[in-house]
Design a protein around this ligand. Sequence first.
Ligand SMILES: [Zn+2]
Ligand SMILES: [Zn+2]
Length: 80
Amino acid sequence: MLKLPGGGAAIVCGGRGRRKLCSACRKNESTKECDYPAPGVGHNTGTCDKALCAGCAVSVGPNLDHCPSHPKAAEAPSGE
Ligand SMILES: [Zn+2]
Ligand SMILES: [Zn+2]
């Protein structure tokens, strides 16, 4: 049971099933999806779409996250 400093108790939902686990660590709840371009792999988006938690997702840009297993995309050249 978690107690918050404010005096209230945190509501801990005991529901299971709807949350996807991170496909990389399989421990944390996923909050992101891989945006790595993977034509033919995803259902329809053409991206990897694997579930990733915040700790595993590799941020490659605004709203862009990749699986840690992907090779790093060509790093954007700094400058121009
Ligand atoms: Zn993870
Ligand atoms: Zn991926």
